[in-house]
Design a binder for this molecule. Structure first.
Ligand code: FE
Length: 185
């Protein structure tokens, strides 16, 4: 009788554990709701400046950016750090959807413009809009490169090179950490 009671407790504990695991796995990374604004606010509760609809220029002090961004996003977006190759979450993904600036919500790229590379960073051959990004000359590390920054908040996103595929021949080499991906519904 004692053995059966112990067995029943074990089975119940296992079922509760499995149910908890299942609930965790069922939590979507990107919530899909009817209300886009509510969705983005949930994703960025500490950043009141994040908006996927406001395209006006966003100028904030470094102190404010440090307060509203995670340390990892802040390092890349505001101080031009580069994430390690093959370490970002989007370098080899093929899901259909849209990529937004992780600092301000500005729409940047569509998955249709993403292509497979061996460089270890997510790469695109064109932006969603010509003014989605801005360009700056970058002469750091003894190289002449073109830096790509967000057209709305000027966050550092990565660099653009001329060795991309048709139709543009461009390779926008981006840091995953400064991109937010929203899958198509
Ligand atoms: Fe931005």
């Amino acid at each position: 009788m004692k053995f059966i009671s112990h067995l029943a407790r074990t089975v119940i504990s296992t079922l509760v554990f499995m149910a908890t695991l299942s609930a965790c796995n069922a939590t979507p990374t990107h919530r899909v709701t009817q209300n886009s604004k509510a969705m983005t606010e949930k994703q960025h509760p500490a950043n009141p400046y994040y908006s996927r609809s406001d395209t006006t220029s966003l100028i904030l002090s470094d102190a404010v950016w440090k307060e509203v961004l995670t340390p990892a996003v802040y390092d890349v977006a505001r101080h031009g750090s580069t994430e390690q190759a093959f370490s970002g979450k989007y370098w080899d993904t093929e899901s259909k959807g849209t990529y937004f600036c992780a600092a301000c919500g500005n729409k940047l790229f569509r998955s249709d413009a993403k292509f497979a590379t061996t460089c270890g960073w997510p790469s695109f051959f064109e932006t969603v809009r010509p003014n989605s990004v801005l360009y700056r000359k970058d002469s750091s590390f003894g190289m002449e490169r073109t830096e790509v920054v967000c057209g709305r908040c000027k966050a550092h996103l990565g660099h653009v090179f001329d060795d991309g595929p048709p139709p543009t021949g461009k390779r926008f080499c981006m840091n995953s950490i400064v991109l937010d991906f929203e899958p198509d519904k």
